[in-house]
Design a protein around this ligand. Structure first.
Ligand code: SF4
Length: 418
């Protein structure tokens, strides 16, 4: 069962006071939510706070809002709750437990961009039900629809959300045009992750809200946890909490942030420090390898998962992810040679930014990070089968499975935006 904890020194602004219970609209209102405020004032707060997207790429939220504001026609806002990265459940929890915090943030984003319509884009049944009930509990001032789709890695891409809302499949589209230029029904569209929107609501309620992130922490033999931490917390503090200070490595951001070696534990969980370490927070999924668990096997499993998740729309992705996965598996099996390592190294550079979406980048980065952090260990696999890799060498995608925490329904006030 996934547990929920806070590492904040004071109140946990995102987890709230009772994160295992669903917050009602009345409770959220009584605690100070949904209060009117100037959209320009809020925009300046978002900009001053340096808020970055919490779904993957970490793009500055104010810049996205500004791009849509400047695009020139009446826009649309999409609350992106797709959460396609393996090992992440924080967005599902947020929509299940704090739907009004998400809706409040979405409506404030609509106010800042002067949008006329909103969409909540969600795959998870329980999260969709919670959001639907939230819309019934408090009718939104901007018409809002819930759009469903089948969960997949690529469904979370901004262009996938737009295609799905426009009546097509939840698959990425080529860019340009970018969503802020032409999105839902061809109008400028702000697609924002649900945690990003929740933080906008928190900034509206109280500008000095501490900057925090909700992480999904997991690993073989660990009880998965949702943990709210102050931005800047070290990975070491998380490893200590999880009793994994002896971890041989950390997979960051689902697949998005690659694998860090044990030296990476000193890295602070904030964008600049992670970028300097060649990593990224991404969706906030943190997977600690267990002592004895092989990073090469982990990379092979991750690449197999990405190859299986490819939407097969770009030839370079179809062949590139398959080649990366196949070659990494041959390393695990002890059947690869130096020329295979050279190919992995070459592909990990040459495939970047070649696909229509981030999946191919994630695959290339996963391979590059393994070679960077575990070069000698990877090379040692050329001498024969690794005893630490999975027994029969078949991909183990179960290792990335995390169940969202249980959230109960209650009529009591459970949390506060301020
Ligand atoms: S890069 Fe891969 S997953 Fe992304 S759109 Fe192209 S084929 Fe699909």
């Amino acid at each position: 069962m996934t547990e929920i904890h806070s590492l904040m020194t004071g109140p946990a602004p995102l987890l709230g006071e009772s994160p295992d219970r669903r917050e009602t609209g009345d409770a959220y209102w009584r605690a100070g939510g949904y209060r009117e405020m100037s959209p320009d004032l809020l925009f300046n707060r978002v900009k001053a706070a340096g808020l970055r997207g919490r779904g993957g790429a970490g793009f500055p939220a104010a810049a996205k809002v500004q791009a849509v504001r400047a695009a020139g026609s009446v826009p649309v806002v999409v609350a992106n709750g797709a959460e396609g990265e393996p090992g992440s459940v924080k967005d599902r929890w947020l929509m299940r437990a704090r739907p009004h915090l998400v809706l409040d943030g979405m409506l404030r984003a609509a106010d800042m961009t002067r949008a006329a319509r909103c969409y909540v884009y969600v795959a998870d049944d329980e999260a969709a039900d919670s959001m639907r009930r939230a819309l019934a509990e408090r009718e939104p001032v901007v018409p809002t629809w819930i759009v469903r789709f089948e969960h997949s890695y690529v469904a979370g891409e901004e262009t996938s959300a737009i295609r799905r809302i426009n009546g097509g499949p939840a698959l990425p589209a080529a860019k340009p045009p970018r969503p802020f230029e032409s999105g839902v029904d061809g109008v400028p569209t702000l697609v924002a992750n649900v945690e990003t929107l929740a933080r906008i609501a928190l900034l509206a309620a109280r500008p000095q809200t501490p900057d925090s992130a909700v992480l999904t922490v997991s690993g073989r033999g660990l009880e998965a946890e949702l943990v709210e931490v102050p931005v800047g917390t070290s990975l070491q503090a998380l490893a200590y909490r999880a009793d994994r200070l002896d971890t041989p490595g950390v997979l960051m951001g689902g697949m998005f942030g690659g694998i860090l070696g044990p030296g990476g534990l000193a890295t602070a969980l904030e964008p600049a420090a992670l970028a300097a370490a060649g990593s990224a927070l991404g969706c906030g999924a943190v997977y600690f390898l267990a002592p004895g668990e092989c990073p090469v096997g982990l990379a092979a499993d991750g690449l197999a998962r990405l190859a299986a998740e490819s939407s097969r729309q770009c030839g370079v992705c179809v062949s590139g992810t398959a080649a990366l996965a196949r070659t990494m598996t041959s390393v695990v099996h002890g059947t690869a040679g130096q020329e295979d390592l050279a190919r992995l190294s070459r592909w990990s550079q040459s495939l970047v930014r070649r696909g229509a979406c981030g999946l191919l980048d994630a695959a290339a980065n996963l391979a590059a990070s393994l070679l960077r952090s575990f070069g000698p260990l990877t090379e040692a696999h050329l001498d024969g089968r690794c005893p630490r890799c999975s027994a029969d060498g078949t991909p183990d995608s179960d290792r990335f499975q995390v169940a969202p925490p249980t959230v109960r329904t209650t009529s009591h006030p459970v949390s506060a935006p301020r």
